[in-house]
Design a protein around this ligand. Structure first.
Ligand code: ZN
Length: 76
């Protein structure tokens, strides 16, 4: 199986800090909380989730494992 989930088009949108699904600015998206000291989980209004990296000052799609980790930590 080829793991090529991020298309070049999605990379361009993320580079412009826009949601790849609905193209809303991710800077205005809802902050769900921190995943670590340098990573925040962001949820767009279309329910797509992203990781905001404070060190890189950039957004990327949240992986399934990261979402799982975040919601597991949140329950505690
Ligand atoms: Zn969106």
């Amino acid at each position: 199986m080829i793991k090529n989930l991020i298309s070049p088009f999605q990379k361009v949108l993320l580079g412009r800090r826009l949601c790849v699904g609905c193209t809303q600015p991710l800077d205005k998206a809802k902050k769900l909380g921190s995943l670590s000291t340098t990573k925040e989980v962001i949820e767009c209004r279309c329910k797509r989730r992203y990781i905001y990296d404070l060190e890189l000052n950039s957004f990327r799609r949240a992986s399934f494992d990261e979402e799982k980790l975040f919601f597991m930590n949140k329950k505690q």
